[in-house]
Design a protein around this ligand. Structure first.
Ligand code: SAM
Length: 274
């Protein structure tokens, strides 16, 4: 089993890039994760922008991994869009570029640290984005300073009036959403690494290809309290911040299967407006 509690997120994802692509195949990823990000969060809020026929919609997908959601952004915004995916892991970006070579969607990929991608002095106003997205990025901040740097990076990338949409580990969840065997049937197990929640505490995610077999890989994210997120977004200049509860696609044929997922929810959304 690969188990990574490395100081360096880049090295972790460089070593498990292909395995991570497999984790994205679990049914909750489309029925809940993708549905919440696109159908609950982005599409209803961007309805006007889509219909205004703005010349070009610019979207940045931070911590894009192998481009899983970057490609879906291009499918949802097929015309008049410039879409860029950014990730710190060169192996992830290599996978994303391989897919781009096959699919020719016109997506640009950049290998860089989202915290330090561009400073205000380097960024030209024309290069800013209408929308910044991220799926499982902020949960890699170990300290308030790291989280502030991530949020500042997002703020700088957004145009005035732009919006940040994110799905992340559910730091608002009650304690029974940790160390809960009921999650294993969905392909993962989420563990608190200390007895009580503390900012900077590691959260271990073990992934299962099959619930009856041992975990094939594990990764660590970090807990920072919800009120610190709320404070830092406002401190960095965002005019609003909202937590969004995950939802299941109403057209998913076997919704009861996710009852325990919603009893013990591990995903949460964020919408923040500049
Ligand atoms: C859990 S994966 C999510 C990938 C993708 N968003 C998805 O949902 O499939 C987390 C990604 O965050 C990237 N990452 C972590 N810290 C980062 C940073 N500071 N800047 C850019 N990417 C980062 C990792 O390399 C990894 O690809």
């Amino acid at each position: 089993m690969t188990c990574n509690q490395h100081d360096d997120t880049k090295k972790i994802y460089d070593s498990i890039a292909e395995q991570y692509v497999e984790f994205k195949k679990a049914p909750f990823r489309t029925a809940i994760e993708e549905y919440t990000l696109f159908d609950v969060m982005i599409l209803p809020n961007e309805f006007d922008r889509i219909n205004k026929q703005q010349p070009v919609i610019r979207i940045l997908d931070l911590a894009c991994g192998d481009g899983h959601y970057t490609r879906k952004l291009k499918e949802r915004f097929p015309q008049n869009s410039f879409i860029c995916g950014l990730d710190i892991s060169s192996s992830m970006i290599d996978l994303a570029n391989m897919k781009e070579t096959q699919l020719q969607q016109g997506i640009k990929y950049v290998c860089a640290d989202g915290k330090a991608y561009t400073t205000t002095t380097e960024l030209h106003l024309v290069d800013q984005y209408d929308i910044v997205t991220s799926a499982f990025y902020l949960n890699y901040a170990r300290t308030h300073d790291e989280l502030r740097d991530m949020i500042r990076g997002i703020y700088i990338q957004l145009k005035a009036g732009g919006t940040f949409y994110s799905i992340t580990d559910n730091i608002c969840s009650p304690l029974d959403c940790y160390n809960n065997e009921k999650h294993k049937k969905y392909s993962f197990y989420r563990e608190m690494m200390e007895d009580s929640l503390r900012d900077g505490m590691s959260i271990k995610f073990s992934y299962y290809e099959n619930v009856d077999s041992p975990s094939s890989c594990c990764l660590y994210a970090f807990y920072i309290s919800p009120h610190v997120y709320e404070q830092l977004f406002i401190e960095c200049g965002f005019s609003s911040f909202q937590w969004i509860q995950a939802q299941c696609d109403p057209n998913y044929p076997d919704r009861d299967y996710f009852d325990d997922f919603f009893r013990y929810p591990v995903l949460i959304g964020i919408i923040a407006k500049k």
